[in-house]
Ligand binder design. Sequence first.
Ligand SMILES: Cc1ncc(COP(=O)(O)O)c(C=O)c1O
Length: 383
Amino acid sequence: MKLACQKHLFNLDPDLHYLNTAYKSPLLKSAEEAAIKSLTRSRNPQLILPTDFFTESKEVRNLFGELLHVSGQNIAIIPSTSYGFSTIFLNIKGKPKGNAITVGEEFPSGYFALKKWSEEHEQNLVIVKGNKDLIQQGSDWNERILAAINNDTSVVCMSAIHWATGLQYDLKAIGQKCKSVGAKFLIDGAQTIGALNVDVQACHIDALICATYKCLYGPYSMALMYVDDGFFGGEALEEAWMNREGAEEFSSLSDYNESYMPAARRYNVGQTSNFILTPILLQGLKQIKEWGIDNIQDYCKSLAIPFIAQMKNHGYQFEEEPYICYHLFSVKIKDGKSALLQERLQANNCKLSQRGDYLRISLSVFNNESDLAALSEALIESL
Ligand SMILES: Cc1ncc(COP(=O)(O)O)c(C=O)c1O
């Protein structure tokens, strides 16, 4: 199915060219309505039934599981990426004198968690950096990541695509190499899941953590975590009552059932139900399912391809397939051009972020040709 522009489903400022879902997605109209409905329901708490503490969160786990091609049993609801990594690292043992690998300029939530764990477990932290002298870094970078993984590797922890440039890593090859040496493969999916198809089992991913306020059109302060079955017996960061068997029976909670809810549910954050924010996430996940992940990526590609071709004619350089993805890609800004570019972007009402030397362009189904025309104009004028 070829998607048409979905701007009508959002309350975006019509005069603005918002090219920054990688910063935060706008709110779906349906999500806004669902959250307001939930907020007003709280005027009368008797309307919140004991079953409501469990039903929406179950739906969220199942829908996110579908996105990753796994069961909702493998999904936990958490508040942030950092919470997820703390949970996962609590449950990983290092190999004696092993190494832990990440990529250069990895997002800090994963980087600091890996660094702390490496120090505590006497692991050598290896950072595989991209070669910034190359115009297209993807092939070289992926090869060097694969070469760095060896029999001493305990963990590889990285984002599915680079958060600042959108460079796409070869998750299948990296996951296969991790499996062959017995290393855990941990992924930050915040800039990826919801816009790009990732099959966690095919990529041998052990855990994937995803903030919901970007590609999932969810709220700030919620995140989702996939864990492989191997984590089902692990230690949770906290002892939430809702994660114990029989928690649905509010009258007998202090009978203290020692058993956890099955599978990944022991890792759910306390107050999992989050009545105001969960409806936002649920609408986002339902909408993504209706659009279809591949259709979302194809829609972004149909906007990106003519834009990239035009910009290349003006001397701008981009990553190439299979290392570029079209919902988030970047263009390198020549030294000294940044201030002029920012001025032109502002004049053209374009909202997007610069990360390091790169202008990060993130597209979504609400963007259209006029957004990219305004961006092209700013980029050309700033030359
Ligand atoms: C790759 C990536 N991971 C995670 C986050 C958010 O981290 P946290 O959920 O710990 O606030 C961001 C935010 O920009 C991100 O880009």
